[in-house]
Design a protein around this ligand. Structure first.
Ligand code: PHE
Ligand code: ZN
Length: 849
């Protein structure tokens, strides 16, 4: 079939499905080259639809035979599927198709990874398995029979029967096809068990490749904690007799919430102290929770169409962040989330890829699994909760689960339960879902006769396709501090609804210092005229941990701006303040480690751009280097003290307490390594007993230009561990000097362990180049050229991963003319590649503008 021009799909064109499915029976006869898929599907006309055309999605399928009510039929094969004459009453469709999993390098549909069969169906992968109405508003009960000579044969739901070379599964819960999953392979099991609060006994299993079984214990514990937490906090219980998790090496994303059979990128489930960093452990715990929480927010209640993706993703990210806050430190989690939000979502929202949390159109839905849908989607729920309060949030969620269980829903359904429970009109709040762009919130202050007034003005810049923005509802959490540092007004949530709005506080003895947007109560950019003295004051006295951290961050950012724009020396106020904070043993070590972090190169580019400057990546890199050096000198004694004091002597535990101590000790090592030529880092590298210490020491050595020996030894030690070798690739690229970064990356792509077909390896190498801004944006254009070369190579193999990598270019319009010309040439070169995928074409055309 000829490829037609890519079509844009619009939310406003939604129509209900013409036919509904009651029951699906699938039989798989597995074979790498010739897998046969037999389907038997009970259809009935949808009373809610007037459409009577029978269309089934299908892609890359070889149709062997098809029958309706037992009689052979000859459907019309059309672009993207088939149509067929069908009776005007319920009927049974049967088809047999052939597919070749071993040749499926796109990792969507049924594919093979390290000898095992596995599936990925979200968003539209099921159509690569068989002909089906592959849309989330068609929910059906699935029965699956798998035939293959593999010891482990898994699918969704509960096991029905199994024997030599076959297994049968039945999932009693109606689900959309995107939640279908199948796994077959030579896998070993890490078993566990959970009893739900109503007494259901659930068998838990984590299935991995032989050799990985000693890396499952942490994920299993995380799963049990998640199950308990969802019962305790949301009243949600698990609903099958078995819950399976499978680790696969080749996976486009982090993990997938298939009903009863979650499939994970092995990097998001396998963990051991020797091979995983503390950050890896924390991420694994969060992703296990995320996928498990989808069982209710995503699976039992799913999305009507893919425009509603944030319905399940925003809510589930919000839930997993609550979980992490409960399991670990809430302030540390909040600060880390905001750092990530600004780095990924603000960047997206302020560039050519900006789109609303609920997009209104797409060409390829895979391109909309974005920071905006996920992270801003979660922020929107956090704001809603702040506005209605905890009790009403809980009541609204109860109503949501009760009313919509078993349904495919919309954002309108979601907001309606809140309106009903609270009596509020949320039509203005809904703009958070429809308007793209990060609002700028400008604030001015006035104090007179004991009355303190904050005047806010909100403005959201234009984004692609949206020139005019209307005012949004912004919950602004504010506290006021008196001149001696005491809190005179505790946190109050101001509800801003107008473009311009004032709020007053009376009865104040003296002019207060405001702490605005506490806990980052809204995803906006706060603009306020202030000075370093006040920032230092807030850093010392603010009772809100987020704003305390934010004050230190602002000091660092302002100092860096002065260094970059005006050639100023490192700011003494910042150096003193950060030292005082780092020295304060009463503060949580994890918090102090965060406070010792500096804005990233990309943060600085973003900030300079917002302020009307053209960021120079090399100058930003140099300023950060200079500041790091000055800080190391300023805090020399303290660094030595912290590095010694916060060594963990107990056996390794990846919990918040030890993680915080190691983070602070490592931050101190970073300071020390600036002055001692890498000696302390070399000692830590040589004696490290866990990956957190070893990897951080390696990064210090690389930054000190002393990494050669450690790089070689690290490789020898870990050459048989795929996930650790990903780190090895990544570290070398990330810490390459700006002028060397492209050459280092290129050299590593020629290493025998480089494999572009493995998304983790590709991201560890080319993704790391994009994460080294001074290197990627080097004036020579070598970084741009290298990435473009690899986009062209990877696109025919794996369009989804290629398209995601394109976002490396999304900030190109910030930079100077000569860089822009270099990028434009590369974008055009990739765009003119024959047969470029729909995924990559859409991304690059949007970026090109
Ligand atoms: N739905 C998955 C999650 O949020 C992400 C995913 C999307 C995975 C598409 C694979 C493909 O956890
Ligand atoms: Zn998710």
């Amino acid at each position: 079939m000829e490829d037609a021009a890519p079509q844009t799909i619009h939310l406003s064109d939604y129509t209900p499905p013409a036919y509904l499915v009651d029951k699906v029976e699938l039989t798989f006869r597995l074979d790498p080259e010739r897998t046969r898929v037999l389907s038997r599907i009970a259809f009935r006309p949808n009373p809610e639809s007037r459409e009577r055309e029978f269309f089934l999605h299908g892609e890359g399928l070889e149709l062997i035979s098809s029958r309706i009510d037992g009689a052979e039929v000859t459907p019309d094969l059309v672009e993207g599927g088939l149509t067929c004459e069908v009776p005007d009453a319920p009927f049974t469709w049967e088809a047999e198709v052939e597919i070749a999993p071993v040749r499926n390098t796109a990792l969507e549909g049924l594919y093979m990874s390290s000898g095992m069969y596995c599936t990925q169906c979200e968003a539209e992968g099921f159509r690569k398995i068989t002909y089906y109405p592959d849309r989330p508003d068609v929910m059906a009960v699935f029965s699956v029979r798998i035939e293959g000579d593999m010891p482990v044969l898994l699918s969704n739901g509960n096991p029905v029967s199994s024997g030599d070379g076959f297994a049968e599964w039945h999932d009693p819960w109606p689900k959309p096809a995107y939640l279908f999953a199948l796994v077959a392979g030579d896998l070993v099991d890490h078993p566990g068990h959970f009893t739900t609060r109503s007494g259901r006994e659930v068998a838990l299993n984590i299935w991995v490749r032989p050799g990985d079984e000693d890396k499952c214990a942490f994920a299993m514990e995380a799963l049990k904690k998640s199950m308990t937490w969802d019962e305790d906090v949301y009243g949600r219980e698990y609903d099958l007799d078995i819950f399976n998790i499978v680790a696969v090496d080749d996976f486009n994303m982090g993990a997938m919430e298939n009903k009863g059979l979650n499939i994970f990128n092995s990097s998001c489930v396998l963990a051991s102290p020797e091979t995983s960093t503390d950050a890896n452990f924390e991420r694994i715990e969060a992703i296990i929770a995320h996928e498990y929480f989808h069982n209710w927010t995503g699976n039992r209640i799913t999305c009507r169409d893919w425009f509603q993706l944030c319905l399940k993703e925003g809510l589930t990210v919000y839930r997993d962040s609550q979980f992490t806050a409960d399991m670990r430190s809430a302030p540390v989690k909040r600060i880390s989330d905001v750092i990530a939000l600004r780095a990924r979502q603000f960047r997206e929202d302020n560039g050519p890829l900006a789109h609303p949390v609920r997009p209104e159109s797409f060409v390829e839905i895979n391109n909309f699994y974005t920071a905006t849908v996920y992270e801003k989607g979660a922020e929107v729920i956090g704001m809603l909760k702040r506005l209605v309060g905890d009790a009403d949030y809980a009541r609204a969620l109860d109503l949501y689960f009760e009313r919509h269980d078993g349904q495919a829903c919309t954002i309108e359904d979601w907001l309606a339960v809140f309106e009903e429970v609270t009596g509020r009109d949320l039509s203005q709040f809904k703009r958070w879902y429809s308007q793209a762009g990060t609002p700028r919130l400008k604030v001015t202050e006035n104090f007179k006769d004991g009355e303190y007034t904050l005047e806010f003005e909100q403005k959201t810049p234009p984004t692609p396709g949206q020139d005019q923005k209307l005012p949004q509802v912004i919950p602004i959490a504010v506290g006021l501090l008196g001149p001696n540092g005491d809190e005179v007004v505790p946190t109050t949530v101001l509800e801003m609804t107008e473009a311009r709005q004032s709020f007053s506080f009376s009865g104040l003895a003296a002019e207060p210092v405001p702490s605005i947007l506490r806990d980052f109560s809204a995803p906006v950019i706060l603009e306020r005229e202030t000075d370093n003295a006040e920032r230092a004051f807030l850093l010392a006295h603010d009772t809100d941990p987020f704003n305390k951290w934010e004050a230190g961050r602002a000091l660092a950012r302002e100092g860096l701006c002065e260094m970059i724009v005006a050639g100023a020396p490192p700011d003494a106020a910042y150096l003193d303040a950060v030292q005082a904070m780092a020295r304060d043993d009463a503060l949580d070590p994890a918090f102090r480690a965060l406070a010792l972090g500096l804005p990233s190169q990309d943060d600085m580019a973003q900030t300079l751009h917002e302020r009307g400057h053209t960021p120079d990546p090399q100058a930003i890199w140099e300023a950060l280097e200079t500041l790091r050096q000055a800080r190391a000198q300023h805090c020399q004694d303290l660094a030595a003290r912290l590095h010694a004091q916060y060594q963990v002597t107990e056996p390794y535990r990846p919990d918040a307490q030890q993680t915080g101590a190691r983070a602070l000790a490592n931050a101190a090592l970073g300071l020390i390594s600036r002055l001692d030529g890498g000696a302390a880092a070399q000692r830590q590298f040589d004696t490290a007993t866990n990956m957190t210490q070893q990897l951080y020491a390696l990064s210090c050595l690389l930054q000190a230009g002393k990494g050669e020996d450690a790089v070689a030894r690290f490789y020898d030690q870990w050459r048989h561990d795929r996930l650790v070798i990903d780190k090895w690739f990544m570290m070398q690229v990330l810490h390459a000097e700006p002028a060397e970064a492209a050459a280092t990356t290129e050299r590593l792509t020629r290493h025998s362990d480089f494999d572009m077909k493995n998304p983790n390896r590709f991201r560890a190498t080319l993704g790391a180049l994009a994460a080294n801004p001074a290197g990627f944006h080097h004036a020579s254009g070598a970084g741009y050229r290298l990435l473009a070369d690899w986009l062209i190579r990877l696109d025919p193999v794996n369009p989804q991963t290629t398209a995601r990598m394109c976002s490396a270019f999304e900030t190109w319009k910030r930079y100077d003319d000569s860089r822009q010309a270099l990028v434009a040439a590369e974008l055009d070169r990739v765009l003119s590649t024959p047969a470029l995928s729909r995924d990559t074409t859409e991304m690059l055309s949007r970026i090109r503008g």
